[in-house]
Design a protein. Sequence first.
Length: 360
Amino acid sequence: MASTNERTRAGHECPAGGPAGGSGRPGVGNAHGKAILLGEHAVVYGAPALAIPVPQLTATAKATRFPCPGNGADRVSFSLTRSGSAAATPLATDGLRRLVAEFKEMTGVTGRMCVDVLIDCSIPQGRGLGSSAACARAAVLAFADLFGQRLHAQEVFDLVQTSEKVAHGRASGIDALATGSTSPLLFRSGSARELPVPVPGSGPPHLPERSGHRGFDGVFVIGDSGVSGSTKDAVRMLRRKFERDPAARTDFICRVSSLTDGAAEDLAHGRCGDFGARMTENHRLLRDIGLSTDVIDALVDAAIAAGGLGAKISGGGLGGCMIALAGEPRRARAVVRSLRETGAIRTWVVPTGRFVSHAD
């Protein structure tokens, strides 16, 4: 990462009387949603977690400079629009304000920043799908585009984490990475490794299963319980529980770590059935420590009854979403019907392997 002085020499200086540059071209940044497959909450304590991008849930930020009025501090406003609505609402969060200050310090942009940022986000809030991280990532990339800054991946991550730590109290970093990933991520202790999903024929034609190149052909189905969760409240609740019972923390982390590492192997070797079973066992652990709800439990049961290979809560808990794995698109459609009949207010389908073209 370049030093502050190096970035200052390469950066833009904003005179107090007006914006840097003269093109008037806005800066644009994009991000997307994510879903946790296994490992939420344990990941905060150093355990691994698996996440997938949800590309159909998007966040796009457009940053536009305007002449700074008089003297004073930076004037950066954030507004949010939701898909299907033309009305923008102010988005004033401490995390985004902190992000602006960190962006200036990191890049060496000097002078006053007078910028309007409009974020169009289709990711529902409070559902564990990465809404806050995606909005922050889109804003970071929009600022970088606006001021002509080339940010390294680590710098983008650090800036998004600045906002996430304010929003959630103790953020593992998985959302900050997964909202910009194009493949499933195995996240552990602040770093992540992309796990390309194998497809049939991707390896040697002889003995494909023994050589580990059997395709992972599954369809993930996300169901929205209709109840907002709170990652910050869930993290706080769990921390207090573990402070009272350290042995429970050790047991929880060990079990979740084993399930997540096993699921990563299942993904690499195309073992959808085993992967689904690990999801369901992970849900049981999260339910037993009080992070699920009756509605989520009912949706999990409905997904499995409809032929799902496994299902679990996804994200912070105390509401939000669940996620199920189906073996193929026809079964995924049955899972969707069952979830809606059981009370899911929305569903999203994320195909993998050879089913990627079956996004409906």
